[in-house]
Design a protein around this ligand. Sequence first.
Ligand code: KMH
Ligand code: ZN
Length: 280
Amino acid sequence: MTTGTLITVAPTGAESAKAEVPALPVTLDELLLTAKECEALGAAVIHVHIRDDEAKPTLDQGRLRETVAALRESTDLIVQLSSGGAVTDPEADRLAVLDAGPDMASCTMGTLNFGDDVFLNRWEFIVDLHTRMQERGIVPEYEIFDLGHLAALQRLLGKYGLPAGGHVHVDFVMGVPGGMPGTTSTLVAAHQALRDLPEGTTFSATGIGRSTIPVMLASLSAGGHLRVGMEDTVTYAKGRPVESNMQLVARAVGFAQLAQRPPLTTAEARGLLGVPAAGR
Ligand code: KMH
Ligand code: ZN
């Protein structure tokens, strides 16, 4: 039975421009401050995309390593690097994200239209990500943008075995134009489809844009966990831009407490996800 709520903050993403969203954390200092404050509020996992000196998305290996080290130094958060990057990133650079040695990395389970772009995730690429994470002890979070991605995950686990840590955790990313909608009925369908995955599989959910609140409430009521942050949501309410990631984490913590499923500590989150203790 699910008790507490795992809260993941996705503070930056690769899609919003700093010029249009000035509160977006893009420098290492901004990211560290955000990470510390979100941890203090109740986040246990940070899903990280980084930016270059021009605030453009980058998968620069030196910066990724520096970011992982700095987050470990300043917080106890579980550090999850995005292997999705930006839609323009080549597969080799996305695979090389694992070389930075994060606790976790995302692994998107299929190709989809992504607004006007295509987010390409070929089967062989997914297999490479999954097996390299197995070899290196990096725990995946399987990103599910559409219901068919769950069937792909079932196939992946059946052919290549359980992930590092032995626990399967998925994240429903809902409301991307081209993916599944961010509605309660779709979340229920996705939740039901988990029965074909290994016993004990857990899920988080995030709703892009205005679907953030319905998805959050639906996930909590279905026993799921939450991902929030400015990667997914830059409008707090109609006509009100998000002021900070902390504002979004605080709202998620409030909802989780109302649901009587308070935030998991970072140690509890490591236990749930099969991520080794900090300082391993
Ligand atoms: N930026 C999107 C193209 C992930 O981080 O793994 C992909 C994404 C998923 O954000
Ligand atoms: Zn991401």
